[in-house]
Ligand binder design. Structure first.
Ligand code: GLN
Length: 479
């Protein structure tokens, strides 16, 4: 039986009934990595032994009748900007090429019963939308290996799509979970800002960073969120809001629901096949008893500009710690400390990261701060208020996840061309809202995703609508 193709919710039942063992399942997944990953490049580090050891422990506990978390024994991959104690965590950067964190992220501790098969590739420090800015290699799209997997969590999305992991975690600051999920034909959930602890996730833009699941099904995303959500005293931004039950209402259907369609998103330069799939998704929801109504988010056109000022500003401050003193790379043979700092940062960071640090430092500098960062924060509020207004008329929003299909590796040479890739995903990060990308079929053999955006802490609604969509379009399988 090809266990590695199945969703976690089915596998966890088979495991509970002892019809399969965690070792057998993990073995199959590791075999897929062995077979495919040289070409795909989804992983920076593969941890086969560690995975098999956890699987063996889970099997033993189950044999003894010990109570286990629902997802115990399900093979997991982690984006390589999530710290794992004693296991190198590179952020796909030369700066952290050999960095071994002294502690694990809260989410890693919470998922300790899931065999960790490896750490996945990303754009350097999660800055990008194609996994091409990785210091190590690009990740290829399992549907077409000439194409990108999206980014920045491209490795996690490709791994789940290719059967090299059953579930994965990514991080999403401006779309990095949802966009690669859409490009790889899998499900990606960015939870509400504060819903999941970021303790141990290497900070990029702290006012937007969120960890979330990438999975094969909406139910799997709900199960993963259930495991990782909740307050954490080690992340001051994590919320005390009680954690909901994400699976109990999942299959209730969408009859009577109002789904808002933001007209500004449809006015973007959408690839015709993306538009066609999007229209089909609307129709599917209407056929299931929901009504789709037009809403307006008038400040959408400013969102990307605001995002890049805020994200670069926060990144310049967060990445100041990488100076060769405490973490990672240190430039050799420097005659004095200032030269050491400058050589370390000059050699340790790639082009995109340096560009953003420079832009961010400029935007925060005295004289420029009011013009850029402070202005951006004000417009950010307007973007967030747009959503508030829209939610007075509807239960959640439906929008394309990306404007285009996965492009060829190297095709969008200038990275500023890739900024266009984030137009649909960024506004939810600026507003701190939960958003879920769900596959809605193929176009020219490539996956297309749509995204549901919900009210703060209302992951239940977007998961419910996402589940209904999945019933119409089905999970997709890479041949
Ligand atoms: N593509 C966006 C960027 O480059 C989003 C990245 C992210 O969400 N980590 O900043």
């Amino acid at each position: 039986m090809e266990l590695y193709r199945k969703p976690a919710h089915e596998l966890s039942k088979l495991l509970a009934k002892k019809e399969i063992s965690a070792r057998e399942l993990t073995g199959q997944v590791l075999e897929q990595i062995e077979l495919k990953d040289k070409e795909l490049g989804a992983f920076i580090t593969v941890t086969a032994e560690k995975a098999l050891e956890t699987a063996r422990e889970v099997d033993e506990k189950r044999a003894k009748g010990e109570e286990l978390p629902l997802l115990a024994g399900i093979p997991l991959a982690l984006k390589d900007n999530i710290c794992t104690k004693g296991l190198r965590t590179t952020c796909a950067s030369k700066m952290l090429e050999n960095y071994q964190p002294p502690y694990s992220a809260t989410v890693v501790e919470k998922l300790s019963q899931l065999p960790l098969v490896g750490k996945t590739n990303l754009d350097e420090f999660a800055m990008g939308a194609s996994t091409e800015t990785s210091f190590f290699k690009p990740t290829r799209n399992p549907w077409d290996r000439e194409r990108v997997a999206g980014g920045s969590s491209g490795g996690s999305a490709a791994a789940v799509a290719a059967g090299e992991a059953v579930v994965a975690l990514g991080t999403d600051t401006g779309g990095s979970i949802r966009q690669p999920a859409a490009f790889c034909g899998v499900v990606g959930l960015k939870p509400t800002y504060g819903r999941v602890s970021r303790y141990g996730a290497v900070a990029f833009a702290s006012s937007m960073d969120q960890i979330g699941p990438i999975t094969r099904s909406v139910e799997d995303a709900a199960l993963m969120l259930q495991e990782i959500a909740g307050e954490d005293p080690r992340d001051a931004a994590s919320s005390r809001e009680p954690v909901a039950d994400y699976t109990s209402g999942l299959k209730q259907g969408v009859a009577g629901m109002k789904i808002g369609i933001p007209k500004e998103y449809l006015a973007l330069d959408l690839d015709p096949s993306v538009r066609q799939r999007f229209d089909e998704a609307c129709k599917a929801l209407e056929d299931a008893g929901a009504s789709c109504i037009e809403v307006s988010l008038p400040h959408t056109e400013y969102a990307a500009a605001v995002y890049y000022i805020v994200a670069c500003g926060e990144a310049s401050s967060n990445l100041a710690r990488f100076d060769g003193v405490r973490f990672g790379y240190r430039a050799p043979d420097s005659p004095d400390t200032t030269t050491m700092y400058s050589n370390t940062r000059g050699e340790g960071f790639g082009f995109e990261v340096k560009k953003r640090i420079l832009l961010g430092t400029f935007a925060l500098s005295s004289g420029q701060y009011d013009l850029y960062y402070s202005k951006a924060q004000k417009v950010r509020r307007l973007v967030a208020d747009d959503f508030k207004n829209a939610f007075t008329k509807c239960d959640c929003l439906l929008a394309p996840t990306t404007t285009m299909l996965p492009f060829k590796i190297g095709e969008i040479e200038s990275l500023s061309g890739q900024y266009e890739l984030d137009l649909c995903t960024i506004p939810a990060n600026l507003a701190g809202l939960p958003a879920l990308s769900v596959p809605v079929g193929l176009s020219q053999g490539l996956p297309v995703g749509v995204q549901l955006v919900g009210k703060h802490f209302d992951e239940e609604t977007i998961l419910k609508v996402g589940w209904a969509l999945e019933q119409c379009f089905g999970p997709m399988e890479v041949k």
